[in-house]
Design a protein around this ligand. Structure first.
Ligand code: HDD
Length: 725
């Protein structure tokens, strides 16, 4: 590991030790050295509360340069938000490769397992504005900046491996359609409106990505629990100049998990910062999010072996056809110090590559290579955004680009051109030959055309593959999502067009979606007659790809999962103790939720601290609920509508629920089956209070059963249609 890498990867070991930064700040303010308040010129400010006036009751004087400087700076605090991906959250960390990838790529950061390459990762939603909610149904951006010794490498991907459109020419149209409608700026951060579905239904190439966007992938439980994808086919090029096509994957250690749609919508109101808070808190608490970097590599001569085109970004390479090799891991272990300076000012670009990583001719990628620098120039105010600390390369940067807005570098000397011979009388040379970035010398000698390749013409086979690969519950969620979204579309013709298209994915899916939309049954033939429709069916050797399902991913760990313990005066605190310990030992976090903050008195007159109320920490903030024993406490809970709603809503959202002793009655009164032998999936019932079991092993068993139920994330197979929460 180079000194520079070490220094960068190990900068300020703050994360996991939240107190350290605070202590540093405190130390600065309690020492004799309290920083003085100054103007931007360093002039000490004597009074930060009063402007300069003509007499205490007189008008403020224009002369007050201190006031003017402060207000002027404030007036210019905002920069334009990103045109897409405006809302984001980010973190620092590092990447390390497991073993040298030199056989495939010359990229230096993929050679030595001893090297920790610093990274900065920004997650985002696409459609919403900067202040929009985190849990909206949307694609999530997953952009990683690797600070390598060969320059910055940006892997600017999403949490969905395919894209809506095949050519960058359509990107502005796609974004204009999905963002709030231009005449009234409604709706915020939602695709459920006419213009999006109008566009999507007229662009059948979007069908595959729509299937993903309607799945629970688009409402992640946590940014830490989603996959990332480079989407396009890229190239690895080794030192001998040999190329492999490559698809990039990020595989989350915690598995891939989604929210319930009803839950996601409610969280958007109750805690719009749900995802960024979750990321921030897990890093502050030392639970560092982790992903493995996976690659699918395809030799150059196998380019045409798949039945679909590797250059088509609406297609993925099924893992069953080309396995994902896990080649390294990324750990996020430090929160940003300053949201604006880092998360907001970070500038990603798919064209920031290093030797050994190159592009394919995917026409979507090719367009992106123009867009990103261009957008940073207007968003970050000029051509020097690469000098901002978060964007600065960690290796030396040297060229003759000069000046421009906000230039930081002070270039010295007479020479700002090349070739030159004025420095030491020597000619400046660019180290040519095989050094530096070499584009893969792909042979191209075609005519200029403005046309789509016929090899991009299959729009439904992989959409069908995705749908076929989902579990029963996942399919149901997709049906429900299409129903919800299209029911928000006012124009019946758009709804009809969309379900007609869906009939080419799956007849039954289309029919079930159409059923609730007040339109005719889906008409596959009508879809086939419309402009934009193509059905040049390619043969896929597989009908299902289990790797496309989120079911049973992750290691079943409950680390960082949140469990609510519902309490009221009179609950049996002793019955809780062993179960709570078991849950916490497994790594989940318990919070006591009651009717008020402060404490409640247990049946044995113990004071039990309450962390949150039914109102300020509703069940949607938790992964699981524990109802303790205690006749009086449970009676009070049963008389409290908020408490009843809390438990029922968690049940409706298919979360793990455990009830002990009298707590079981609460489940029964809510209509939740509470027979220990025939409890619904994910419901753990201990009819006898644990303290009365007289056996620590029994308490442990309950805790273990509950932990196992939480570890499954959600019990989607639970029948909850009739639950009124
Ligand atoms: Fe893009 C931002 C990902 C297609 C133009 N894009 C942006 C970000 C991500 C992606 C993650 C946010 C980066 C950050 O956190 O700052 N974009 C994608 C993926 C695409 C894609 C995975 C398809 C596979 N994008 C795409 C196209 C174009 C753009 C086809 C234009 C031709 N994207 C932009 C942009 C943004 C951007 C306008 C807005 C803010 C920014 O770049 O820095 O240039």
């Amino acid at each position: 590991m180079t000194q520079q890498n070490k220094a960068a990867a190990g900068r300020r070991p703050k994360a996991g030790d939240p107190s350290q930064a605070k202590q540093e700040q405190l130390a600065a303010f309690t020492s004799d050295n309290i920083p003085q308040l100054t103007t931007n010129q360093g002039l000490q400010i004597p009074d930060n509360h009063n402007s300069l006036k003509a007499g205490v009751r007189g008008p403020t004087l224009l002369e007050d340069f201190i006031l003017r400087e402060k207000i002027t700076h404030f007036d210019h605090e905002r920069i334009p938000e990103r045109v897409v991906h405006a809302r984001g959250a980010a973190a620092h960390g590092y990447f390390e490769v497991y073993k040298s990838m030199s056989q495939f790529t010359a990229a230096e950061f993929l050679q030595d397992p001893a090297v920790k390459t610093p990274v900065f990762v920004r997650f985002s939603t696409v459609a919403g504005s900067r202040g929009s909610a985190d849990t909206v149904r949307d694609v999530r951006g997953f952009a990683v900046k690797f600070y390598t010794q060969q320059g910055n490498y940006d892997l600017v991907g999403n949490n969905i491996p395919v894209f809506f459109i095949q050519d960058a020419m359509k990107f502005p149209d796609l974004i204009h359609a999905v963002k709030a409608e231009p005449h009234n700026e409604i709706p915020q951060a939602a695709s459920a409106h006419d213009s999006f579905w109008d566009f999507a239904s007229l662009m059948p190439e979007s069908t595959h990505m729509l299937m993903w966007a309607m799945s629970d992938r688009a409402i992640p439980r946590s940014l830490r629990m989603m996959e990332g994808f480079g989407v396009h086919t890229f190239r690895f090029v080794n030192a001998r100049g040999e190329s492999h096509f490559v698809k990039f994957h990020w595989k989350p250690k915690l598995g891939i998990h989604g929210l319930a749609w009803d839950e996601a919508q409610k969280i958007a109101g109750k805690d719009p910062d749900f995802h960024r808070r979750d990321l921030w808190e897990s890093i502050e608490n030392g639970n560092f999010p982790e992903w493995e970097l996976g690659v699918q590599m395809i030799p150059q001569d196998k380019e045409h072996a798949f039945g679909f085109d590797l250059l088509d970004p609406t297609k993925l390479v099924p893992e069953e056809m080309v396995p994902v090799q896990r080649i390294g891991r990324m750990v996020l272990n430090r929160n940003p110090d300053n949201f604006f300076a880092e998360t907001e000012q970070v500038a990603f670009h798919p064209g920031h590559v290093v030797p050994g990583i190159d592009f394919s001719n995917d026409p979507l990628l090719q367009g992106r290579l123009f867009s990103y620098t261009d957008t940073q120039i207007s968003r970050l105010g000029g051509a020097n955004f690469h000098e901002l600390p978060i964007n600065k390369a960690v290796c030396p940067v040297h060229n003759f680009q000069r000046d421009g807005m906000h230039r930081q570098t002070i270039a010295r000397g007479q020479v700002a051109y090349e070739p030159h011979s004025l420095i030491d009388g020597k000619e400046f040379r660019i180290d040519g030959g095989s050094a530096g970035f070499q584009s893969f010398p792909e042979e191209i000698d075609p005519p200029k055309v403005r046309r789509r390749s016929p090899s991009f013409d299959d729009h439904f086979t992989q959409a069908r593959l995705f749908f076929n690969s989902q579990s029963v519950a996942e399919k149901e969620h997709i049906v429900a999502a299409f129903r919800f979204e299209l029911s928000k579309v006012d124009t019946p013709g758009v709804r009809q067009r969309m379900v007609d298209n869906l009939a080419h994915v799956d007849e039954k899916l289309a029919r079930r979606v159409a059923e609730v939309l007040g339109i005719n049954a889906p008409d596959a033939k009508a879809a086939a007659g419309r402009p934009g429709y193509r059905d040049h069916r390619m043969t896929m050797p597989i009908d299902e790809s289990p790797a496309l399902s989120m079911q049973d991913t992750g290691d079943g760990s409950v680390k960082t999962r949140k469990v609510a313990i519902v309490v009221a005066d009179g609950i049996d605190s002793a019955s809780l103790k062993a179960v709570r310990e078991g849950i916490e030992q497994a790594g989940a976090k318990c919070m006591v939720i009651g009717p008020r903050l402060g404490t409640v008195a247990s049946a044995s007159k113990r004071q039990v601290d309450v962390d949150g109320t039914f109102a300020n920490m509703p069940s949607i903030m938790f992964d699981a609920v524990l109802v303790p024993a205690g006749a009086a406490g449970v009676a009070t809970l049963q008389a409290n509508g908020d408490a009843l709603h809390f438990v029922l809503e968690a049940y409706k959202h298919c979360k793990a629920i455990c009830a002990i002793g009298e707590g079981v009655q609460m489940l029964s009164s809510l209509g939740i089956g509470s027979d220990p032998k025939a409890a619904p999936p994910g419901v753990v019932v201990a009819a006898t209070p644990v303290t009365n079991l007289g056996d620590a092993t029994a308490a442990l068993q309950i805790a273990q059963d509950f932990v196992a139920a939480i570890g499954k994330h959600r019990h989607w197979e639970r029948a909850v249609d009739g639950v009124p929460a």
